[in-house]
Design a protein around this ligand. Structure first.
Ligand code: GLV
Ligand code: MN
Ligand code: MN
Length: 410
């Protein structure tokens, strides 16, 4: 069977996406399915039912990754597709969910066509990709790839002290399988770009060449709480002011260090009162760069700045790593397969690096890996207004189908 004749069913894919989007839907038109929340459980229940309805072998592993397997003609490693169905707190409908329903649609298309691949094919929804609730991000795929033990992952705490393992049990998704139980021949992930590049270049798809390096730091700044009306400025030890200085310093580094990105997305001030100089601030820094060396330089500069600020202003600063992953190039042969598939389907495609982290970054530790991106309208993501067109969704899913079928039969 020639893979070029196969097409996914666009409306069916979109109706699955709509069904998943309805779970945890927000009034703003986005989704809130934080990892291991009740909404995540409902999304998982929906997914498991879809996979079972397709007659796939459905397995859950000890970190809650959900796997649907289509048996191939031969025993051996599987061609795995996947992504995640958890979202950030103010997420959209496409980030992660699209990659999972596209993988489901690929398997549904093969089943409908009565096609059995040479190798096993599978779709996985990985646990806690976003890192919005538990750290690090991409936790489920990190555990799957052997980068973190199940016990360590189960011990992770969210910001309110909830324990990951307890939450996983509570929602009924601590499965019996050992993470990584299904050996991978290759991993392919379809995802929205989440940035403005493809749209601004006139549309078309992206063949992702790799993922930039990422470093998430949590800083706890401690000063001296005091009266905002009576404490002369020179007497204050204000961690709120220190947090602002650190944020500004990191931001300014992005002007002088090539391709450097910096974000302070969390600032928690204690006590949070208009007339109290705060006692502590917990802040996060998300630093990214395509170059591991430049990222290391940036991190060192931030740490030096903090040491100086601490000595000068009497603020105690402690650091905790929330996530740290090196720059990850994908597999040339598979990137080329994505391009070949797009070209065969008449879809323009360009090579690009991913600014966002993805489960593919973890999977590339254990198998050849590649991704296909579709344009994000307005470059928006991690935002309820996140949007991609039906046409681009179908184009991306057809490339996923074409490429996965090729790899599964090669
Ligand atoms: C994952 O969404 C990331 O933060 O890159
Ligand atoms: Mn994602
Ligand atoms: Mn995301």
């Amino acid at each position: 069977m020639m893979s070029s004749n196969l097409r996914i069913d666009g409306p069916r894919l979109l109706s699955r996406l709509a069904a998943l989007s309805a779970i945890g839907a927000t009034p703003e038109g986005g989704c809130r399915r934080l990892a291991l929340s009740d909404e995540d459980r409902q999304g998982r229940d929906w997914l498991v039912a879809e996979l079972e309805a397709l007659g796939l072998s459905v397995r859950i592993d000890a970190i809650g990754n959900i796997i649907g397997i289509l048996k191939g003609r031969e025993d051996g490693p599987a061609v795995i597709m996947g992504s995640h169905i958890d979202t950030v707190g103010t997420g959209g409908r496409f980030d992660g969910a699209l990659g999972v329903v596209a993988g489901v649609e690929v398997l549904a298309t093969l089943r409908d066509a009565g096609l059995t691949p040479r190798r096993d094919m599978a779709v996985i929804a990985f646990t806690n990709e976003e890192g919005a609730r538990f750290h690090p991000d991409m936790l489920g795929s990190y555990v799957w790839a052997g980068g973190m033990s199940v016990a360590d992952a189960h011990a992770e705490l969210d910001a309110d002290g909830a324990v990951l393992g307890t939450e996983l049990k509570r929602i009924g998704y601590e499965g019996l399988e050992e993470p990584g139980f299904l050996p991978a021949h290759a991993y392919l992930e379809m995802h929205i770009e989440q940035g403005p590049v493809l749209e601004s270049e006139g549309g078309g798809l992206g063949a992702v060449t790799g993922i930039q390096a990422i470093c998430w730091l949590e800083l706890t700044l401690t000063g001296k709480p005091s009266h905002a009306g009576t404490t002369p400025m020179a007497y204050r030890k204000d961690p709120g002011l220190a947090a602002a200085r650190i944020n500004l310093f990191a931001n300014e580094l992005t002007r002088t260090t090539q391709d450097q990105l910096a974000n302070c997305g969390v600032i928690r001030v204690q006590p949070s009162n208009v007339n109290v100089v705060p006692e502590t601030v917990i802040m996060t820094l998300d630093l990214r760069n395509p170059s591991d060396d430049l990222l290391a330089e940036t991190e060192a500069a931030v740490r030096n700045f903090c040491a100086e600020l601490s000595a000068r202003d009497g603020i105690t600063i402690s650091f905790r790593d929330l996530a740290r992953f090196p720059a990850t190039p994908f597999t040339e042969e598979l990137i080329a397969t994505i391009e070949t598939s797009a070209t065969e389907l008449g879809q323009p495609i360009r090579r690009m690096i991913s600014g966002a982290g993805h489960d593919a970054q973890m999977m590339s530790r254990i198998c050849p890996t590649a991704m296909v991106f579709i344009p994000s309208i307005g470059g928006l993501s991690h935002n309820p207004a996140e949007f991609s067109t039906n046409q681009d969704i179908a184009a991306g899913a057809n490339v996923l189908l074409n490429a996965a079928w090729r790899v599964a039969n090669a």
